[in-house]
Ligand binder design. Structure first.
Ligand SMILES: [Fe+2]
Length: 296
């Protein structure tokens, strides 16, 4: 296959044409995608036929061991490596995936896991008439553009990552606007219990505030507004102020790429070195995505 990589005139991102689902990548093709990912952080594969679930899993597995995140979210199908991200609801009134049609705050995928995501793959199967954009920013650039003394200070810090407040209605931190998410998750938990299906609990994790990408060795800031709760050993107010400062710095508008989805787009992104967020969409029309991630 001939992969054509076209950089975007954006802070991040390149289009990739020529992917052939079902045809294994050879070493050079895989290496060219990894090189492009290091350089552009976000690759939009476009113009290919829709891969089957198996083809999508085998493509993503070429970059690392895959997370079975759908088990944590109680949405596992035949291939638990595929997490359905959708606002569609089943006949029993229970959502067919994670998501809803609300906005999603800046985050790094699975940062609440001791082995977080290295790359993520998000593919649009079906979009509403007013599809929400997904925004990406670089945590490498964020670190490199911080004052040197602040960056040095961050290198000695660790932070706590958790999303349990999104899934546990009894979590005292759960905010009223999360009630729909927590009640959806609760319905899935009760459904699984009734069917005798056991699922692992969603983990929580601590990570250094400055991490290195395990393959490139490049340093990045690893905190997000959506998932990082506090800096360990730091008074709460000071921790909140530092996290806010880092968040505002990383998400400055001039460093953000806003992806306008087309049906069929497969966006492969550096899940450690970028954060992403999603807009809400008003129509509530159906949006169905398949998401996969490799493990660090
Ligand atoms: Fe995500």
């Amino acid at each position: 296959m001939t992969l054509e990589i076209r950089p975007l005139a954006e802070p991040l991102g390149a289009h990739v044409y020529g992917w052939e689902p079902g045809v294994p990548l050879d070493d050079e093709e895989r290496a060219s995608l990894v090189r492009a990912l290091r350089r552009y952080s976000v690759l939009v594969l476009r113009g290919h036929r829709t891969p089957s679930d198996t083809e999508l899993v085998s493509f993503a597995a070429g970059f690392g061991e895959l997370i079975k995140g759908s088990e944590w979210f109680r949405d596992a199908g035949d291939l638990p490596e595929i997490l359905p991200v959708t606002n569609a609801v089943g006949e029993d009134g229970i959502p067919l995936g994670t998501g809803g049609s609300g906005s999603l705050e800046w985050h790094a995928d699975y940062s609440y896991s001791s082995r977080p995501a290295k790359e993520s793959f998000l593919e649009a199967l079906e979009l509403p008439d007013d599809p929400p954009r997904t925004y990406f920013c670089s945590q490498y650039t964020a670190l490199e553009s911080l004052p040197a003394d602040l960056a040095d200070r961050l290198r000695g810090l660790r932070a706590y990552h958790s999303i349990t407040e999104y899934v546990d209605p009894n979590d005292p931190r759960a905010k009223p606007e999360m009630r729909r998410l927590t009640s959806d998750f609760d319905a899935k938990r009760r459904r699984d219990e009734a069917a005798g299906i056991e699922r692992p609990e969603i983990p929580e994790a601590e990570h250094p505030v400055v991490m290195r990408h395990p393959e490139s060795g490049r340093e990045l800031v690893y905190v997000s507004k959506g998932i990082t709760r506090h800096i360990l050993g730091m008074p709460r107010e000071e921790s909140n102020a530092l996290l806010k400062e880092l968040h505002q710095h990383a998400t400055r508008e001039e460093g953000v790429y806003a992806h306008a989805w087309e049906v069929g787009d497969l966006v492969m992104f550096d899940a450690l070195g970028t954060m992403h967020r999603r807009d809400a969409w008003r129509s509530g029309g159906r949006r169905s995505m398949r998401q996969l991630s490799t493990l660090c």
